[in-house]
Design a protein around this ligand. Structure first.
Ligand SMILES: Nc1ncnc2c1ncn2[C@@H]1O[C@H](COP(=O)(O)OP(=O)(O)OP(=O)(O)O)[C@@H](O)[C@H]1O
Ligand SMILES: [Mg+2]
Length: 314
């Protein structure tokens, strides 16, 4: 997607956060455009939550610029709050309340009056597929339904931007899928979503992504742009009945530079290899391997986002 003609809904420029001597967020810049789902990916402790909290005006940055919906967040955090929704990583719902009571509580906290609250609750229940479950006790909900309820609470006040911090952590694949369908419904209604996740299948569903590691963005763009920018060369997939010996041989060949391999990963019963200049090198890898172990097949494959993520983290 080219966004050159659009104005970003939110952006950060050279954003930095230090805790004492420790730099948790280091020179982070990104732009998120209208109607996008923007994915923020990174390992534990890489600075995702810290970045979100700064974007929301909940944590002052050490330096840098933040703009959400045209508002300078560092100066005017109070002005953006009515227009953004936040589902925090450790979102809190009141277990002893029903679904309806939880929504009433959050809606009131967002400052909705009685009439707009009633309307908002009907809309949120419908959108989230919770209609009919209003009077269920929150403590009896499964993880997937809790997540949907937490998301409903975050968009009750009809925000233009949603910040979701690992919203589907610990939820089964089917519930995650329906949560994402709900996100697509929201962006169809003009909402823009900033989401952190550890799940690669979810990342593949984002319009654009940024990878963050140790507080710095190391790759960004659409899935295809990231694949092209991070990985040089081609990915080969090898299947062999002797995976252990093959891996050992390949690692030695990479270390001693006797084969043009730049990265080796095990994916289930397959080995993924990054090599330069495939046409010449596939044959070279094939011939060398054939003389050493039995190979079932070897072929060029399109790298997955997981391949790219792991390669870029190294
Ligand atoms: N208030 C704080 N004081 C000191 N260090 C902090 C504080 N908050 C966060 N950190 C540190 O900053 C780094 C980034 O933390 P952050 O919570 O942003 O990571 P994250 O990417 O959200 O991780 P996770 O995937 O585990 O949620 C971590 O090393 C964390 O320990
Ligand atoms: Mg976090």
């Amino acid at each position: 997607m080219t966004n050159n003609h659009k104005k970003p809904v939110l952006f950060s420029k050279n954003l930095e956060k230090k805790f004492g001597d420790f730099t948790a967020v280091d020179n982070v810049s990104f732009e998120v455009y209208p109607g996008e789902i923007f994915g923020f990916l990174g390992p534990n402790g890489s600075g995702k939550t810290t970045t979100i909290r700064m974007m929301l005006g909940l944590l002052p940055p050490t330096s840098g610029t933040i703009n959400v919906l045209g508002i300078d967040v560092i100066k005017d955090a109070d002005l953006i709050r009515p227009n953004v929704g936040y589902m925090s990583q450790k979102f809190s719902l009141y277990n002893d309340l029903t679904i309806l009571q939880n929504l009433r509580f959050y809606g009131t906290a967002y400052g909705l009056d009685k009439n707009s609250l009633d309307e908002a609750i009907v809309r949120a229940l419908d959108m989230a597929g919770l209609t009919g479950k209003e009077n269920s006790q929150t403590k009896n909900l499964s993880g997937g339904w809790r997540q949907r309820l937490a998301l409903s609470a975050a968009f009750l006040h009809n925000p233009k931007v949603l910040f979701l911090d690992e919203p589907t952590a610990g939820v089964d694949p089917v519930s995650r899928r329906s949560f994402w369908n709900l996100l697509y419904k929201l962006i169809a209604h003009g909402v823009t979503v900033f989401v952190t996740t550890h799940y690669m299948d979810e990342a593949e569903h984002c319009h654009r992504l940024a990878f963050i590691q140790n507080g710095s963005i190391i790759a960004g763009g659409t899935v295809d742009e990231i694949k092209n920018s991070v990985l040089e060369g081609q990915m080969l997939e090898i299947s062999t009945s002797n995976i252990y010996e093959t891996i050992k041989y390949l690692r030695t060949s990479m270390r001693e530079k006797t084969l043009p391999i730049t990265n080796i990963e095990i994916f289930g019963s397959m080995i993924h290899l990054m090599v330069h200049e495939p046409s010449k090198n596939i044959n070279q890898v094939k011939i060398k391997l054939a003389g050493f172990v039995e190979i079932d097949h070897i072929s060029i494959i399109e790298p997955t986002l997981e391949d790219v993520f792991i390669a870029s983290m190294q």
